[in-house]
Write a protein that binds this ligand. Sequence first.
Ligand SMILES: Cc1cc2nc3c(=O)[nH]c(=O)nc-3n(C[C@H](O)[C@H](O)[C@H](O)COP(=O)(O)O)c2cc1C
Length: 155
Amino acid sequence: MIPSARGDALSAIWLTLQDAAERRTAFTAMQLATIGATAAPQIRTIILRRFDQSAGALFFISDRRAPKVRDILKNPNVALAGYDPGSNTQLRMEGRASVVDDEAARRDVWALLRPPTRKMFDAPLAPGTPMEAGLESGHLAAAAWSRMARMSAAA
Ligand SMILES: Cc1cc2nc3c(=O)[nH]c(=O)nc-3n(C[C@H](O)[C@H](O)[C@H](O)COP(=O)(O)O)c2cc1C
C-alpha cells in the first residue's frame, strides 16, 4: 500500500473506532481474545467504551473477577476483531492490554453507566461461571464498582 493510501486507511479506521465508541455501530461489540490459563486462546464479546486515538488505546469495562481480567494480568497480549456486515469490513488488531486500577477512574466510569449495565456488576457469581452454578443465586447489592475493571488495550 502506498503511504498516502495507508494514511487514508488508518484515518478511516480511527474514525470507525471513534464512532463505535460513541454510538452503537457494528464495531461496538467486538471480540476480544486473550491467552487463557492453560495457554489456550479465549475469546468473548466485549463492548468498546472509549477510543483514544492519540494513545492508540481502546477502553473496555469488565468485572474484575472475570477470567479475561486474570488472563490479561498474567499475559497482556490480546487480539481484537470486529465485523460490519453492512460494509463487509473486518477490523483486526493486536495489542497489549492492562487493567486500569485507579479507583477514581473506576468511579468515574461507574458514574457514566446506565442502570441496566450497573446491574450486571451486582451478580454474586463471577462472569463466566457455568450457568447451573448460578441458577439458585439471587443478586447481591454489593459495592459493585469496586469489582469493575476498566481495561485498555493499546493497539
Ligand atoms: C453483546 C455482549 C456484550 C458484552 N459486553 C461485555 C463487556 O463490555 N464487558 C465484559 O466484561 N463482558 C461483556 N460481555 C460478556 C462476555 O462476553 C463474557 O461472556 C463474560 O464477560 C465472561 O468472559 P470471560 O470468562 O472470558 O472473562 C458481553 C457479552 C455479550 C453477548
